[in-house]
Write a protein of this length. Structure first.
Length: 179
């Protein structure tokens, strides 16, 4: 396990994120109608734009489904959105059947024991700094950020840096000039 060091495959085609504990801090806001809110970090929205800018597909895979998550999926225009799924690895494998690449071209970011099977199967796995010990053990990279606090942004920058794209180049033209 490394802390965002080392080289990864230049064949990355898809970056997948777990939701609760990765894109959120894992807090569930439950009201009478079920889950009412999810707190997402704006930095992670930028991560999606960065990855897509360089031709990578981006998606989420979550054991839970919620209206709040559906809104975020629509806002960010994820290429893949698998929700309400207890067999995450099986769902990803089923989705990949129609793609021209396999699990070795997938980067996955997970934080809990339900994610370990995927983390062991994909090309590169990441875990947030506050992930479960088994998820950290399955990851090749551990972010400095904790879940819900910019994990996706950190992963996106690392993936692109590993592909030889510098930070200034990465952001050039995305939102205007980077000073």
């Amino acid at each position: 396990m490394t802390f965002l060091l080392g080289r990864m495959s230049l064949q990355t085609r898809l970056v997948l994120f777990d939701v609760d504990g990765v894109l959120t801090d894992g807090t569930l806001w439950i009201g009478p109608q079920g889950e009412a809110f999810k707190g997402f970090n704006a930095k992670d929205g930028v991560a999606v734009a960065l990855l897509k800018k360089y031709g990578l597909q981006v998606g989420i895979v979550s054991g839970k489904a919620s209206a709040a998550l559906d809104v975020r999926v629509e806002q960010l225009q994820y290429d893949v959105a698998i929700t309400g799924c207890s067999d995450k690895l099986g769902a990803i494998q089923a989705w990949l059947v129609d793609q021209d690449y396999g699990l070795e071209s997938v980067v996955f970011v997970g934080d809990d024991v339900i994610d370990v099977a995927i983390m062991q199967a994909v090309g590169v796995a990441y875990a947030p700094a506050d992930a479960h010990a088994l998820a950290m053990e399955a990851a090749q990279h551990i972010t400095r950020a904790v879940g819900g606090h910019g994990v996706a942004r950190e992963v996106a920058e690392h993936v692109l840096l590993e592909q030889g794209i510098g930070l200034e180049e990465m952001y050039a033209g995305l939102f205007g000039a980077v000073q």
